[in-house]
Design a protein around this ligand. Structure first.
Ligand code: SF4
Ligand code: SF4
Length: 389
């Protein structure tokens, strides 16, 4: 398809199958006996209820769980408010529109000017990165997952929303340094909370201009391919988007709209070649869920996308580790050499090196400097990197 080369996609039109959200590992953890267990039920419960017993282990104390669960509170409220109507908004369903679009459309100066404006507003509403791409049905789920019936249900995306705005919000660098820990899950919860505020505000802005908008986080469509097409970053070996500004330390949201906008082009800065050599996430993954070697069309189980040549993570192994440690894991994000604070010039130099033939040297320097090493939760509670400055 046009633009796939630029985006680095290798999609085989003969074998490609669109993905059903019923096959997402989180959906499967409710209906599929190969993934669901009493322990996985407990895993989810502990995000909302106090544990029966807290371990006296750094990062897994009552205080650590308390801050993690508080960070999820905002996105939980949105996810749970219409559960009775079989809607988990932001995760399984797009957000409900409370205020319809203005009856009169604002005269748009030009799609180019509108694009500049929408990006300015998105950043004012909390986005760290914003890109725009066209609607691509390949990434839209064939079905959503109904938590109520534990089965597939139709995707109800309206016709004619030909543009997709993709936003990324960065996750806290210090918190991610403490992975694995319950505390580090705070970075994820906060990312969802910030994304929720940003996409809802931006969507309402578009409706106030008289255009349609559907706000979405993990629901409705795969976010990573849209983000790549919108120029936000490249695909990493660990299956996560790697952005130039924050590496893989981001969470994504998207808005489907008919607002006239110009599209961004995919951006590359050497990630594929670097991942070919690096493999640090594969080595560090405790579940051995991240592949070594070249991208392939191999699928581990039904949670993988079929017909795309890429690095595919074994989500069953990954989720099994999460359940075992009773908190989500982002070790692959923590150890990734692109997980840096790029406001510091020496990290920008390292990123530049990673995109050149000196990438092997950069990788050695990165390892010897100890980047990606776990910090204790106690370090974070004592002030984290702020206390060292
Ligand atoms: S989140 Fe943890 S278990 Fe899952 S792939 Fe990354 S490192 Fe492995
Ligand atoms: S850790 Fe290395 S191999 Fe894995 S995604 Fe990051 S750069 Fe690529």
């Amino acid at each position: 398809m046009d633009g796939d080369d630029e985006a680095g996609f290798e999609v085989d039109p003969d074998s490609f199958e669109r993905f059903s959200q019923k096959d997402d590992i989180y959906s499967r953890s409710f209906w599929d006996p190969t993934v669901h267990s009493a322990k996985s039920d407990t895993f989810y419960e502990t995000y909302r209820k106090p544990l029966k017993h807290y371990r006296d282990v750094d990062g897994f104390t009552q205080n650590d769980y308390s801050v993690r669960n508080a960070s999820w509170y905002v996105s939980d409220i949105f996810a749970e408010r219409f559960e009775g109507d079989d809607r988990r908004e932001g995760f399984l369903d797009a957000f409900t529109v409370f205020r319809a679009e203005a009856s009169e459309k604002r005269a748009i100066p030009s799609s180019a000017e509108m694009t500049v404006e929408i990006k300015r507003v998105a950043k004012a509403f909390g986005a760290d990165l914003v890109g725009v791409t066209g609607f691509d049905e390949r990434w839209v789920y064939t079905h959503k997952y109904s938590a109520k019936t534990k089965s597939a249900k139709p995707v109800d995306l309206p016709e004619g929303l030909n543009n997709v705005i993709v936003i990324a919000t960065s996750m806290d660098h210090d918190l991610i340094q403490t992975v694995p820990s319950a505390l580090s899950g705070t970075a994820t919860g906060l990312g969802y909370a910030r994304d929720t505020v940003t996409v809802l505000s931006l969507g309402q802005y578009i409706r106030n201009l008289g255009y349609r908008a559907v706000e979405s986080l993990n629901d409705t469509a795969l976010a990573v391919p849209y983000a790549i097409q919108a120029g936000l970053g490249e695909y990493g070996r660990h299956g996560i988007l790697i952005t130039k500004e924050f590496g893989p330390r981001i969470r994504l949201g998207k808005i489907f709209t008919d607002l006239p906008l110009d599209h961004d082009a995919p951006r590359t800065f050497g990630v594929k070649k670097f991942c070919d050599q690096c493999q640090r996430c594969s080595n560090a993954c405790p579940a051995k869920a991240i592949p070594f070697g070249e991208p392939s069309t191999r699928v581990h189980n039904r949670s993988n996308l079929v017909g795309v040549r890429k690095w595919s993570v074994d989500a069953e192994k990954c989720f099994g580790f999460w359940v075992g440690q009773n908190s989500d894991c982002s070790i692959c994000i923590r150890v990734c050499p692109y997980n840096k604070d790029f406001s510091k010039w020496w990290n920008r130099v390292g990123r530049w090196l990673a995109g050149t033939w000196l990438r092997t040297l950069m990788l050695k320097l990165d390892v010897s400097a100890g980047f990606g090493t776990r910090k204790s939760a106690r370090w974070w509670w004592a002030g984290g990197s702020g206390s060292a400055d």
